[in-house]
Write a protein that binds this ligand. Structure first.
Ligand code: MSP
Length: 526
């Protein structure tokens, strides 16, 4: 039976349409899903929308519609964008779905049974944009405004059910300390640990339903209260699977895929995922996810994204960029430009430059050079090499980058080192370009006595490009397939990615197609 891989994105709020930040996490998750599928794993990839909470209630009121109407309208923008970006999710959960709501109630019932919650009173600050309780000292330090949106915090004073969060903190700290892969990257792990060391109070997990206009999941023991939106939202990672290890409804999917292998999230929601979520799971006696990876934030054209500044990468701008450069190039760029985990800046200029240098020149040119030479010198049939292994000059140029890809790609993917992984594939493309410059097949072509040698060189080039395109497939599924079709080797797609990444698989005699630029060069403004 194949090994499983369960990957999730955050579920996105439906108060507004998606933008580059949402696209970023979802593309990253898609790349992991495609990579692990290509390596033969049984992958389950979940995304969805977070539809409850005061933020949605207020956004709906502003638009004069009900929260459900707003959710129904906005969810389509997310689903359309994921289709446009070629996202291969296996499921899409909406927190207003009955399958989710019933299971959230089941979770609360289980917490009650285990004496993990009690009735108290919440008196303090709340950030309605982040749906987050804020401590007095943090509120004071930021002049009673949201750290994220700068909007004024709201004072809450109401009865509330509390989860005995503090009781689980020592166990959580021990887990984060012993399992260095649990919270990634390391800098974020250290941040969580140092914040935990300052002490954590129990968590308010309900709100008075009337304050939410009845929108939300009712507490099963107290219908005047709705479940706090973050408890509701975090639960999606198990409710979508059908409650592994909990309740009567024991779904085979849950049994098979839980625990999650990676929860991909942005840095602003790390605390919820690294503290509330594992403590809830511990209280429910459900195994913890293996990794929570928090990525950084994008600024755009050097500034924080904002609609009023005109630098907002909305879903319309995303569509336009994909139209201009191809969706694969966009997927590639966002994961190549910035080390996953760090903050980065999106600029059209940087996109255009990287597109021209890496995709049009290094990769696209290599493919056309190879296909054109095979066309011209061997009538469009991959020549027979002197040997189908790497020897001599071929080995000198190509062995090391191929070995590096084979040895390191799995490690890099499992640590979300997307840019490094792409870099390793590009290094093979560059090495092949250098190999062509050094061996000068276009000169050898003029000398009939060098025909065998010429065949060996072009065979090696075809194999190297095939390997590069294969490894880049999770990032650029369509361009990779197109490029492989130019080489005439779409058929060499049996087996796992690592198997396909071996040198020497193309059958001599394979007919190549006519080469058209895979990434047409763009004229960029100076
Ligand atoms: N609904 C919660 C998540 C619940 S998960 C159980 C939420 N939704 S969100 O729609 O506000 O944000 C979703 C994600 O978008 C977060 O991971 C956040 O980090 C990410 N981003 C929002 N703006 C971003 C950038 N400018 N850059 C990168 N990611 C950003 O939070």
């Amino acid at each position: 039976m194949s090994e499983k891989f369960y990957i999730t994105t955050p579920i996105y709020y439906v108060n507004d349409a998606p933008h580059i930040g949402h696209a970023y996490t979802t593309i990253a998750a898609d790349v992991l899903a495609r990579y692990f599928r290509a390596e033969g794993f049984d992958v389950h990839f979940l995304t969805g929308t977070d539809e409850h909470g005061i933020k949605i209630v207020k956004a709906a009121a502003d638009k004069g519609v009900s929260p459900q109407e707003l959710a129904d309208e906005v969810v389509v923008h997310f689903q359309d964008l994921w289709a446009k970006l070629n996202i291969s999710n296996d499921d899409f959960i909406r927190t207003s779905q009955a399958r989710h709501e019933g299971r959230v109630q089941e979770i609360i019932r289980r917490l009650i049974e285990r004496d993990e919650i009690y009735l108290g009173k919440y008196e303090g600050w709340y950030d309605e944009g982040q749906e987050e309780f804020v401590t007095e000292s943090t509120a004071r330090d930021n002049e009673y405004k949201s750290v994220i949106s700068d909007k004024p915090l709201v004072r809450y004073s109401e009865p509330s059910w509390f989860f005995r969060l503090s009781k689980w903190i020592p166990k959580l700290i021990a887990h984060i300390e012993t399992d260095s892969t649990f919270v990634q990257p390391t800098s974020r792990r250290n941040e969580v640990l140092s914040k935990l060391a300052q002490g954590v109070e129990d968590l308010s997990i309900s709100r008075q339903s009337e304050k939410l206009g009845g929108w939300g999941v009712p507490m099963p023991n107290d219908p005047d209260h709705s479940v706090y939106v973050w408890i509701d939202a975090l639960s999606n990672y198990i409710t979508a699977l059908g409650m592994p290890g909990i309740g009567d409804e024991f779904d085979a999917k849950g049994d098979k895929y839980w625990p999650a292998d990676v929860h991909l999230i942005g840095k602003d929601i790390l605390w919820f995922h690294a503290v509330y979520w594992p403590c809830l799971l511990m209280a429910l006696d459900i195994p913890l996810p293996k990794t929570i990876f928090a990525h950084g934030w994008w600024t755009c054209e050097g500034k924080k994204m904002s609609k009023s500044l005109g630098n907002f990468i909305s879903c319309e701008v995303l569509s336009e960029l994909c139209g201009e450069y191809s969706r694969d190039a966009f997927r590639y760029f966002v994961l190549r430009e910035v080390t996953f985990g760090a903050d980065g800046d999106f600029s059209r200029e940087a996109f255009g430059r990287r597109y021209n240098t890496e995709l049009a020149n290094d990769l696209g040119n290599l493919l056309s050079r190879t296909v054109n030479m095979i066309g011209r010198y061997f009538d469009g049939a991959v020549p027979k090499p002197q040997q189908r292994t790497l020897e001599g000059v071929e080995a000198e140029f190509l062995s090391e980058p191929i070995k590096h890809l084979q040895d390191e790609s799995a490690k890099m993917m499992s640590r979300c080192r997307f840019s490094g992984y792409i870099g390793a594939a590009l290094e093979l493309a560059s090495a092949t370009n250098r190999y062509i410059d050094a061996t000068e097949p276009f000169k050898l072509a003029k000398d009939p006595s060098q025909r065998e040698r010429l065949g060996t060189i072009l065979y090696a080039c075809a194999e190297a490009v095939r390997i590069v395109l294969s490894y880049l497939e999770p990032f650029m599924p369509e361009k990779s397939a197109e490029g492989l079709a130019h080489l005439g080797v779409s058929g060499v797609s049996d087996g796992t990615l690592s198997e396909r990444g071996r040198f020497g698989l193309i059958e001599p005699g394979t007919k190549t197609a006519k080469s058209v630029p895979l990434f047409p060069r763009k004229l960029l403004d100076q």
